[in-house]
Ligand binder design. Structure first.
Ligand SMILES: *[C@@H]1O[C@H](CO)[C@@H](O)[C@H](O)[C@H]1NC(C)=O
Length: 237
């Protein structure tokens, strides 16, 4: 496969508002896995949609704002579970804030299920990436907005309210497969497929995720991938 000199790290967001998903991606060097087409990141739906409703939007914003991000402070984030904030468990019994073993197991299981379908090797958990993701997510607790990190890692983000589990999160990412065309290595116009390609990127070997309950009660989920995928002009597998 041909490696471009300019690597495209697509950094991807999904927003889930009351069950409605809104996806957004940002890429460095002009990526092909979700385009820089329409929309803003807003797209908060008025109607209360079913939990599977799915919608895409692209941020016009490229890379490098969010200056302070790549080393997101050392606030205690490793096991924030029983802090002051009324943290609980999601419907799968996994922490609304931070990780537990079940969350890690579910994240790997879902990623590796979809990877197996594409005949690519499974991912392993990477504690470095998990720490980074958790710490970075903590910095978004206040705004609870999809501001991407400037890490060199692949990145899938999701924001939402209510009813979120790791399984449904990764399932939604993989569901973008329907927007992806392997032959031409493109997404449907105006659609996202970069979360999916990140999940199944063959040369990615590890993943680490974080999760916070925002101050407003919404959820922010983040997974980082190493080595990163979504190189411009390269097929995921
Ligand atoms: C985990 O991620 C870090 C950060 O990118 C990387 O340096 C390290 O090699 C990864 N660990 C494994 C086992 O791949």
């Amino acid at each position: 496969m041909r490696l471009h000199a300019t690597m495209t790290i697509a950094v991807l967001c999904l927003l889930l508002f009351s069950g409605r998903l809104v996806a957004a991606s940002k890429s460095f060097g002009g990526g092909g896995y979700g385009g820089e087409t329409g929309g803003g990141e807003s797209a908060v739906a008025a109607e209360p949609p079913p939990e599977t409703a799915y919608q895409n939007a692209e941020p016009a914003t490229p890379s490098s704002e969010s200056s302070s991000s790549s080393t997101p402070s050392s606030e205690s984030s490793s096991t924030p579970s029983s802090g002051g904030g009324g943290y609980g468990l999601d419907p799968a019994g996994e922490p609304e804030n931070g990780m537990n073993q079940k969350a890690i197991d579910d994240i790997l299981k879902e990623h590796n299920l979809f990877r197996a379908k594409e005949h690519v090797p499974p991912l392993a958990w990477n504690e470095t990436l998990a720490k980074f993701s958790q710490q970075y997510a903590e910095t978004l607790k206040g705004p609870c907005k999809p501001v991407h990190s400037t890490s060199p890692y692949g990145e899938n983000l999701m924001f939402g309210t209510g009813g979120i589990t790791w399984k449904t999160t990764v399932d939604e990412w993989d569901d973008e497969k329907k927007n992806y065309h392997y032959g031409s290595n493109t997404c449907d116009p105006g659609k996202m497929c970069g979360h999916y390609t990140a999940v199944v990127w063959k040369s990615t070997t590890t993943v680490g995720c974080g999760r916070v309950k925002c101050n407003n009660g919404d959820t922010m989920i983040m997974c980082s991938y190493w080595p990163p995928g979504n190189y411009d002009g390269v097929k995921p597998f």
